[in-house]
Design a protein around this ligand. Structure first.
Ligand code: UP6
Length: 256
């Protein structure tokens, strides 16, 4: 299978964050995203600083951080500039347009003020995309749709995935990719979108709570995804920076 280089896919993408992400991956030669699921602000910033040189994207769950302040977002942006990565708040929005405007721009977390992009379930319909576009502004923000999930027994079947794909195609100014378990749009049309896959670990046993893992090589080489998302496999290891380097190499080598 011949892959289109990321620098060429940057030219096909219509959203500025998507363009920036493809360009960054080509420049830095990494398709690793770390899921920084730690619960204190200092731990989050320390982890971001440690794995920063290895990653294209830092994925956050700001609502699990018990002492989050505006300064946490500011410091994350500082580290993103320092190490050249983008910040993805994995908020998985799932409400009506009017509500997600407030959830994305307001509240304690003010996600739109520090995250480069976030994600949403397609379940509520196109209004969720329009609401998040309003909250974020198109110029310097982007959105991923959850087309598939990694958890056992999830309800995102083939028909639902197809509907997500169609929704993304209606909003290419803002939606630049998917959270999915595989590449969900083939051919050159699919080259305009990025595919990010969670549920990745070198050892494949689950977590007792439904998570299902695949290896970096399986996700990139066999399922043709672009970016691996790794949480516990990295941040729970003895040396997250060194472990991130191992995942990075496996995921990048699997592109060839
Ligand atoms: N995530 C999944 N599966 C999905 C969507 N998102 O695991 O389908 C997220 C989780 C977590 C990360 O919310 O932040 O990806 C996976 O973490 P792990 O590597 O520690 O299992």
């Amino acid at each position: 299978l011949q892959r289109t280089p990321f620098e060429d896919r940057a030219k096909l993408c219509k959203n500025a964050v998507g363009v920036a992400l493809f360009s960054l991956m080509a420049r830095k030669k990494t398709n690793l995203c770390v899921a920084a699921d730690v619960v204190e602000a200092k731990a989050l910033l320390d982890l971001a600083d440690a794995v920063g040189p290895q990653i294209c994207v830092l994925k956050t769950h700001c609502d699990i951080v018990r002492d989050w302040t505006d300064e946490t977002g500011t410091q994350l942006r500082f580290l993103a500039d320092k190490h050249d990565f983008l910040i993805f708040e994995d908020r998985k929005f799932a409400d009506i347009g009017n509500t997600v405007v407030q959830q994305c721009s307001g509240g304690v977390h003010r996600i739109a003020s520090w995250a480069h992009f976030t994600n949403a379930h397609a379940l509520p319909g196109d209004g969720i995309v329009d609401g998040l576009r309003t909250a974020a502004g198109v110029e310097n923000h982007g959105l991923l749709l959850l087309a598939q999930m990694s958890s056992a027994g999830n309800l995102l079947n083939k028909e639902y995935t197809s509907a997500c794909v169609e929704m993304a195609k209606r909003h290419t100014d803002f939606v630049f990719g998917f959270i999915s378990q595989e590449r969900v749009i083939e051919g050159s049309e699919g080259d305009a979108f990025v595919y990010m896959t969670p549920g990745v670990k070198l050892s494949q046993e689950g977590d007792g709570l439904g998570q299902q893992y695949n290896t970096p090589t399986a996700v990139i080489a066999d399922r043709n995804s672009d970016i691996i998302i790794v949480g516990r496999g990295i941040y729970k290891s003895d040396n997250p920076a060194a472990t991130a380097a191992i995942y990075r190499k496996q995921a990048w080598d699997a592109l060839a």
